[in-house]
Design a protein around this ligand. Structure first.
Ligand code: SAH
Ligand code: SF4
Ligand code: F3S
Length: 439
């Protein structure tokens, strides 16, 4: 009887893509996937360390996994991903975990599993070259329409609040040939959307042995050329690095989606400087103008951190005013969580009281909700092409899918199926959803 593996995935899209690589590596060892923890021989979590609450959730899951491990002899529990890299043998010290593997160590999993009878296994070496470029991921998406493709790993920035460079190591780019091949492969299997993933996609750079270097704009263009029916998205763009060349490449390819995720983190220069972000408020706004001058219909989303070290009320108001000025279509909003070992943890006091962080975050959320609603209201009456993802969560008679700007639409199911393109007209909206009729 083959063994069964169960994996829970936390954190960013990169972890989702990594879990697909891990399933592929384990499939070669005879492990089949299960979504039932109770029948798994191998129970793992692919973890995130970006904020303390992300790690707290994992500790809760470790307690749950431990019950399985206690009640069914032979069950192996493993921790993968960023928290494995950050906490290393501290995880093994709990006595509840048999295996710890960091983001660059997944090729070692088969060996670690074979050696597990000799005792707990740990592999947390970071690599300068690992990109898993030859591994064909086992897709875990539910709809068969949308796939993540990792184009690079690690991060060379040192944003002072961020743990990612420590958990994922130095930046390295993946061979573009393998990226285009993977995108072609998913397209031929019926997928209609790929999202190219990296912590800073604009610094993607493949050094070709023949001297023909490939940058992000060229890679993006090459993936977009696969088929006009393949939508191409990417994340994340860093404000200091996003280039006009990339924007022009988008303009030249209608199938590159009209959406850019451009994390701002703060609207105040002194805060941006302490965060070691390499742009100013003005620089950010200039990038937004440059993008909008080429792509007037672009949708913009962002990330923001409320209550970073030393943030004053004035700094906070500048963040609110920047949000209003840009009018983001969507945002991921967080309160600052100090991460041990980061520059900010070593250098600055985490001095904004928790209740102030929460209040500021709530003010940002409230403002963004009204901006999202305004943005959606402007779309009422307009026609959009939507890529059908499948039945809507709330109502089985309806389907859902996104506009090129990444807005979620709900519309009558008709005879549509996932992967179809359909034209809709927006009838009504909330801040999160466009309610549409078929055009
Ligand atoms: N590479 C991406 C994002 C990585 S982490 C980028 O540079 O934008 C995703 C988001 O988590 C960040 O954009 C930031 O807003 C948030 N984040 C990172 N570290 C954090 C911390 N210590 N506390 C709160 N939010 C944090
Ligand atoms: Fe973290 Fe900054 Fe790198 Fe993004 S660019 S992963 S925020 S260090
Ligand atoms: Fe992603 Fe979390 Fe690691 S955001 S890179 S899984 S710390």
């Amino acid at each position: 009887m083959g063994k069964k593996v169960y994996i829970e995935t936390y954190g960013c899209q990169m972890n989702v893509a990594d879990t697909e690589v891990i399933f592929s590596i384990l499939a070669k060892e005879g492990y089949s996937r299960t979504s039932e923890i109770g029948e798994a021989d191998l129970i793992m979590a692919n973890t995130c360390s970006v904020r303390d609450n992300a790690e707290q959730r994992i500790w809760g899951r470790i307690a749950v996994f431990d019950k399985e491990r206690e009640s069914r002899p032979g069950v192996v529990v493993g921790i993968l991903g960023c928290m494995a890299e950050r906490l290393k043998d501290k995880l093994l010290d709990t006595g509840k975990i048999d295996l710890v593997a960091g983001p660059d160590a997944y090729r070692a999993l088969p060996r670690m599993l074979r050696d597990i009878s000799e005792g707990p296994q740990i592999e947390v070496m970071l690599s300068r070259s690992e990109t898993y470029d030859d591994i064909i991921p086992v897709r875990t998406d539910r709809n068969g329409v949308s796939a993540f493709i990792s184009i690079m790993r690690g991060c060379n920035n040192v944003c002072s609040y961020c743990v990612v460079p420590y958990t994922r190591g130095a930046e390295r780019s993946r061979d573009p040939k393998t990226i285009v091949r993977e995108a072609c492969d998913v397209f031929s299997k019926g997928y209609r959307e790929v999202t190219l993933l990296g912590q800073n996609v604009d610094s993607y750079l493949w050094k070709d042995p023949d001297g023909n270097d490939v940058g992000f704009a060229a890679l993006l263009g090459a993936v977009a050329e696969i088929s006009p029916l393949l939508r191409v998205r990417f994340s994340t763009s860093n404000p200091q690095d996003i280039s006009e060349e990339v924007i022009r490449t988008m303009a030249a390819h209608p199938n590159i989606c009209r959406h850019i995720h451009l994390p701002v983190q703060s609207g105040s220069d002194p805060v941006l400087e302490r965060m070691r972000r390499r742009y100013t408020r003005e620089g950010y706004l200039e990038k937004v103008s440059m993008i909008r001058s080429v792509l007037p219909d672009i949708c913009l989303s962002t990330d923001v951190i409320a209550g970073f070290c030393g943030e004053t009320e004035e700094d906070h108001r500048l963040t609110l005013s920047l949000f209003s000025e840009v009018g983001f279509d969507a945002a991921f909003m967080f309160r600052y969580s100090e991460r041990p070992g980061t520059l900010a943890a070593r250098k600055y006091a985490d001095d904004v009281p928790e209740e102030v962080k929460i209040r500021r975050l709530n003010e940002i959320i409230e403002l963004q909700n009204s901006l999202s609603l305004e943005s959606n209201r402007r779309d009422v009456g307009k026609r959009f092409e939507v890529l059908v993802e499948g039945p809507s969560k709330r109502n089985g008679d309806e389907f859902c899918g996104r506009t090129t700007g990444n807005k979620m639409c709900v519309f009558p199911a008709s005879s549509l199926k996932a992967g179809d393109y359909v034209d809709v007209v927006v009838r009504d909206c909330t801040s999160a959803t466009l309610f549409c009729d078929l055009a």
